[in-house]
Design a protein around this ligand. Structure first.
Ligand SMILES: [Zn+2]
Length: 268
């Protein structure tokens, strides 16, 4: 699922490929994924206009429409991504799973790919119309250590993994990066916040910053996940071995409805 580092990558890609290009047509394959407007309204609002520089908040990508009161907001759901290609040379994936396609006057197309249809795209005049954006907590890369420690103090009965994934408290972290952050911090995902020591809390904060920044850099350079990361052993090597010790087998357990994966020895 695209989390903060992936959406940051989409933002950079969007700004590199799709800004300031005149939109001439919009096609929508699944109208229910388009929120606040109908496909015909979207076509009318966007035609002749262009996207301004996009920003990111949590897992949302936000771009104002130039010379228009509207802003477009993308959420990528479980499997979303973006692709830009010449409009008559779209890939098979673009054609099959491209739910929204923006055709530009230079002959290229921006494709919002959403295979599993859990994503959504909003066209709004006020981003507060989007409830999850309005109630969203501070971005995980923008929150200060002081505010993070205060957040933990206010949520003593919560489970740490669940809190890290709660977008209304801290935005951008999902299932995969919460697993990585807690592994690198050496903290078991099922721990109640009240049980965490101050050094553990500070370690979690610094791992949030370190892991997310590193993940953004890895995406930019198309470098593979380092073998010292839990995610490499889950997604790439698929050996379910602890990066620190191959004799430790990672454990999978459902916590807060999501699949936590951790090392039962290195995480305390
Ligand atoms: Zn281990």
């Amino acid at each position: 699922m695209p989390e903060l580092p992936e959406v940051e990558g989409f933002k950079q890609y969007f700004n590199r490929t799709s800004n300031n290009k005149k939109i001439v047509a919009v096609t929508c394959k699944t109208p229910s994924l388009l929120k606040n407007v109908t496909p015909a309204q979207a076509q009318k609002i966007l035609s002749g206009h262009s996207f301004e520089t996009a920003s990111r908040r949590g897992k949302f990508l936000i771009s104002p429409i130039k010379n228009s009161p509207y802003t477009i907001v993308f959420h990528f759901g479980m499997t979303g991504s973006l692709d830009v290609a010449p409009k008559n040379r779209l890939s098979d994936e673009d054609k099959k799973y491209g739910q929204l396609i923006f055709i530009f006057s230079d002959g290229t197309a921006l494709v919002w790919i959403n295979k599993r249809k859990f994503g959504r795209v909003y066209l709004v005049t006020d981003t507060d119309e989007i409830k999850t954006l309005k109630t969203m907590g501070p971005d995980a890369l923008a929150i200060s250590q002081k505010d993070f420690l205060e957040l933990l103090n206010n949520k003593k009965t919560s489970v740490i993994k669940t809190l890290l994934m709660d977008q209304s408290k801290i935005a951008g972290i999902g299932n995969e990066y919460s697993n990585e952050i807690l592994y690198q911090a050496g903290v078991l995902p099922q721990r109640k916040i009240a049980s965490l020591s101050t050094p553990e809390r500070k370690r979690i904060f610094s791992c949030i910053q370190k892991i997310l920044k590193k993940a953004i850099a890895l995406r930019t350079s198309s470098t593979n996940l380092p073998n010292s990361w839990l995610l490499a052993h889950i997604k790439v090597l698929r050996d379910m071995k602890c990066p620190k010790n191959k004799d430790h087998t990672l454990v999978r357990k459902t916590i807060g409805g999501r699949s936590a994966i951790y090392c039962p020895i290195d995480q305390k």
